[in-house]
Design a protein around this ligand. Structure first.
Ligand code: COA
Length: 256
């Protein structure tokens, strides 16, 4: 783990905090490696049912890659083959919620877009500022924006690098909800608690299903959805869900 990344698991909820507030939680290679490790733990731990990613302090979720570390790559090819924390986040098998508490810029916006659900505070600001530095994002920036805000809005952000505020991000569908700053973590924990109370295999399978909806041809995606449904149907948790409904009690899901 890195000194600048906090990770804990409680009540089936893993919380990852990018913890470098004096540098607006800009991501160092050390933090990226720690984030990749944290996601690996989430993937393999039966105890983790949902993951929250947020930033320490009141100013930033993350201002992106630490610009001062970018000169440490000997060649562009070394840079090309760096460990990518957004790939790790996208590959997380458990549902992931971004609690966006300020700047989400560059790699910070990519980090948020690599999460399944984005909830922002009114202080959140979003941008793809790489173009101001003479390059473009590479952690899923254009792909993520094209999928979430549409081509025209994506182009506006990518070509200008200018920030958009939380209300516009909400109107564009980049985030699902906007809260007051103090209400952000309570609201995100409430959503995480709801997900953690659901059948974990069904939640993980719904994530695969959703991803397939974007990536597979329509007919194949529906066939795959039906296969995933059958897999869920065969789990002990689905039997428990039906039994609990018949017995008018709350289900107890065990990820089995
Ligand atoms: N990498 C490294 N350090 C960063 C950083 C980044 N991406 N973003 C902010 N910081 C550091 C600043 O250098 C400053 O450090 P210092 O106090 O030692 O000088 C500290 O975080 C606070 O940032 P500062 O610029 O003083 O705050 P501000 O309110 O004046 O401006 C921003 C805030 C977000 C507009 C500005 O920091 C910024 O443009 N950051 C770069 C964002 C970016 O381009 N990200 C994509 C990287 S690929």
């Amino acid at each position: 783990m890195s000194a600048n990344l906090r990770f804990d698991i409680a009540a089936h909820i893993a919380t990852i905090v990018l913890d470098r507030p004096d540098k607006l939680n800009a991501m160092t290679p050390d933090m990226a490696a720690a984030l990749v490790d944290a996601i690996a733990t989430c993937n393999t731990s039966d105890d983790v049912r949902v993951v929250i990613v947020t930033g320490a302090g009141e100013r930033a979720f993350s201002a992106g890659s630490d610009i001062s570390t970018l000169d440490t790559y000997a060649t562009a090819w070394d840079f090309r083959n760096r460990q990518d924390y957004c790939d790790a986040l996208r590959g997380c098998r458990k549902p992931v919620i971004a609690a966006i508490n300020g700047y989400a810029l560059g790699g910070g916006l990519e980090t948020a877009m690599a999460c399944d659900i984005r909830i922002a505070s009114t202080s959140a600001r979003f941008a793809a500022p790489e173009i101001k530095l003479g390059w473009i994002g590479g952690g899923g920036m254009a792909v993520g924006l094209a999928h979430s805000v549409g081509m025209s809005n994506a182009a506006l952000m990518l070509y200008t690098g200018e920030m958009i505020e939380a209300d516009r991000a909400l109107a564009w569908g980049l985030v699902s909800e906007v809260t007051a700053p103090d209400a952000l973590l309570p609201r995100v924990r409430e959503i995480a608690g709801q997900i953690a109370a659901r059948a974990p295999i069904a939640a993980e399978t719904a994530k695969l299903n959703l991803r397939a909806a974007h990536q597979m041809p329509f007919d194949k995606a529906i066939e795959y959805e039906r296969d995933l449904q059958a897999i869920c149907f065969a789990t002990a948790d689905a039997a428990e869900g039906r039994a609990a409904f018949a017995q008018r009690r709350a289900p107890v899901f065990r990820r089995r």
